[in-house]
Design a protein. Sequence first.
Length: 354
Amino acid sequence: MPDTRGVPDMKPTTGTCSSVAFERQNTSAVSDNQCVTTNTTCVFDTRRARYVRQECLTPFVSELGAGGERLQKIGGQNAMKLESEVAQHYGVEGLLERILAGLEATGADVRHLQPEDLSSFDEFHVGGHEATVHAVKRMSLSEDQQVLDVGCGIGGAARYIASEVACRVAGIDLTPAYIQIAQTLTHRVGLDDKAAFEVASALAMPFEDETFDAAFTFHVAMNIRDREGLYREIARVMKPGATFCVYDVMKKNEEALTFPVPWAPSEYTSHLTTVDEMRTLLNDAGFEVEEVEDRTEFAQAFFRQKAAAVVDGPQPLGLEALMGPSMPEKFRNVVKNMGDERIVVVQLIATRKT
Ligand SMILES: C[S@@+](CC[C@H](N)C(=O)[O-])C[C@H]1O[C@@H](n2cnc3c(N)ncnc32)[C@H](O)[C@@H]1O
């Protein structure tokens, strides 16, 4: 069945991006992603909420820099479509302005921010800052190192490492709006010399082989279907002996999840693995798994604390800023999925084999 989300029924639809010539006269106009009017292959572009000719994903490909073309070669149109959808899920319109307004409302000096001003919302993973501190302790980082944050979001964990350890941190993320926010906030806390961010896909990163002394992914792989490709790519840019930390939601069994969850509105962009699958994936990609830590109890305590905080009313700045009004529903669903033992929260430490 063709994907008809966002295509209004029985109304002609003309695209808005420059090269679009796709007109949909009725539902039968889209068949197996083929537009009968123009006889071209069409894909659903969530950024424009309509079917467009394949070439119209070009702006998204170019936002991903050199990696965009590589990704298109490796994964083809399906990979581009999936990644475009993930970026759409996270890239909420006007987010930077809302964050700056929220910061002003809390009395922060928005031109010269302190890391504490951001800590209520800039680490977008279960347990927030506490989880970051816990993971960083296990990574044995030092000042002379280069660290990679794969799927850095708006850069909270990278900034924490840059200021705490004083090493250099590079962050990449698929969502252009997040990278813009990461750059702005990093500049305003005065950490540009230590932390740099760019738009890129984790499946095709813009780095030379064996660049990094350590790397981490916090709650990113849950969106990535091509896990072999992901861990192979991370191993490629890490030096032999380097530490890799994964902090993720993983599945416990094959039972379907209740959606939406914070990382995905539906199963189309949710790609969880089990802990055992992770061990195999990492091992095959060239990592030695050193430690697996179940953080589910910690996660449950985090959500209990969040639920209690909601009683005091929404905060001016919090994860709501990133997740929008559906945050309570998404949190409830994660708690339910955890309570029903369908998912676990796991931190994993591995070393890039020599
Ligand atoms: C739940 S957020 C976590 C962000 C950050 N790691 C943190 O903990 O604050 C997931 C992030 O993964 C990014 N992401 C998902 N798939 C990606 C991919 N293929 N390449 C790069 N980033 C990706 C999203 O854009 C989003 O910023």
